[in-house]
Ligand binder design. Structure first.
Ligand SMILES: *Cc1c(COP(=O)(O)O)cnc(C)c1O
Length: 388
């Protein structure tokens, strides 16, 4: 393993950010293509920014956020937080007594690492399921978490969602839905109901995923629970700050699910032409992707024997895509523990700038280079950690 732990991941991320800066300096932002689907948008007018400098601003944005957040998520009250992970942490800190059980259903493993990490802080007994026939809640379960759509955009079946809610209601256990991207993927693409409409007590989404908002999280749900979470979150500085809240308001205002629906046609075109050269690419709801294990198989299929781990291969390809083709994918820039799946999200803003045939070339060229270096550890380390 070349990338062995969180420290290595942080180092790799720092390399990526430096490369992004040098690409922008040398070629301009227009020649960099962000296909992560996380736009980190910060929509704001000069008037908005001026308001930010007064005491009035936060009051105004807060009120707008309450309104727009409830339209987007449902629920009685909205609480903006620094990240989705912060929302998950705040909820677990507030609602989970020490040593109780937290049960998580995820449509496909792995789960987002913030759930387990937060449970550990409460010494909670954490159990996760991806098979509904095994799902059960032990005696002292204090919280049920449902992931609406995974990091790799695997979406839950709505019937399974409803089954879990029914079990939770029967036992009067609160339900938090991690709908980081699901709040938009499930509703826009799969025409499912909002988590709150399906009976969840709480939902958290990322204002950065598949919408033009800032990195941040939005929790919606029952007032009583939100108040408890809010009281706990502010003790640790997990709450979103006014500039983020302003950008959340404008991001929510500009959200239009047609942008997501329009990406489907492009996705279909791309997956079709990629089949000429690749065997293991899969569709995601708004793009194409190749998981760690599929990439390993794809390379084996080219009769190349590599000792690199599947994760390292994903990280390497993502770095080659960035350095040589100026394409940003999640494995190059993500926080430690995020999915290493290489995904090209066609709902990203930058997808509008790049013709599908050119994207296909960039994918092919970078993969060819990956094959060439897939046995050379020195070169691989250089690609991952050297900014040149
Ligand atoms: C992205 C994601 C998160 C975490 O979002 P952050 O903004 O990075 O904290 C949590 N859960 C799921 C399912 C995600 O996809």
């Amino acid at each position: 393993m070349i990338i062995e732990n969180s420290l290595d991941e942080v180092k790799k991320r720092e390399t990526s950010l430096k490369i992004i800066k040098s690409i922008i300096n040398a070629h301009g932002r227009d020649n960099l293509y962000d296909f992560t689907g996380l736009s980190g948008g910060f929509l704001a007018t000069t008037d908005d920014l001026n308001l930010l400098e007064t005491y009035v601003g936060p009051a105004i944005f807060e009120e707008k956020l309450q309104y727009l957040g409830k339209v987007h998520l449902g629920g009685e009250k909205i609480f903006p937080v620094n990240r989705t992970s912060s929302g998950i942490l705040a909820t677990i800190l507030a609602l989970v007594p020490r040593n109780s059980c937290v049960i998580h259903f995820v449509p496909e493993l792995p789960s987002h690492p913030s759930i387990l990490r937060s449970c550990k802080l409460k010494n909670a007994n954490y159990i996760e399921f991806d098979d509904i026939s095994r799902f059960h809640t032990p005696q002292n379960t204090s919280l049920i978490i449902i992931t609406g759509a995974t990091m790799d955009h695997k979406v839950i079946d709505e019937e399974i969602f409803e089954k879990i809610i029914a079990k939770a209601k029967e036992k009067e256990i609160p339900v938090l839905v991690d709908d980081a991207s699901g709040a938009r993927l499930r509703t826009a693409i799969y025409k499912q109901k909002k988590a709150i409409e399906l009976g969840a007590d709480l939902v958290v989404t990322s204002t950065d995923k598949l919408m033009m908002g800032p990195r941040g999280g939005l929790i919606g749900g029952k007032t009583e629970l939100i108040d408890e979470i809010k009281a706990c979150a502010t003790k640790f500085g997990l709450e979103a700050q006014p500039p983020t809240i302003l950008a959340m308001v404008n991001g929510l205002e500009s959200y239009n699910e047609n942008n997501l629906l329009n990406s489907i046609e492009k996705r279909n075109k791309l997956i079709k032409i990629l089949k000429n050269d690749f065997k293991y690419f899969e569709e995601s709801p708004t793009g194409v992707m190749i998981s760690e294990n599929s990439l390993k198989k794809e390379i084996a299929n080219q009769n190349i024997e590599t000792t690199f781990s599947p994760k390292d291969l994903c990280f390497l390809w993502a770095m080659i895509l960035l350095k040589q083709e100026h394409i940003i994918t999640i494995p190059a820039v993500a926080m430690p523990g995020a999915s290493a799946t290489v995904r090209f999200d066609l709902a990203s803003n930058d997808a509008l700038k790049l013709d599908i045939a050119i994207l296909q070339d960039k994918i092919k060229n970078s993969f060819k280079y990956l094959l060439k270096i897939a046995t050379d550890e020195e070169v691989a380390k250089d690609i991952l950690f050297n900014c040149e």
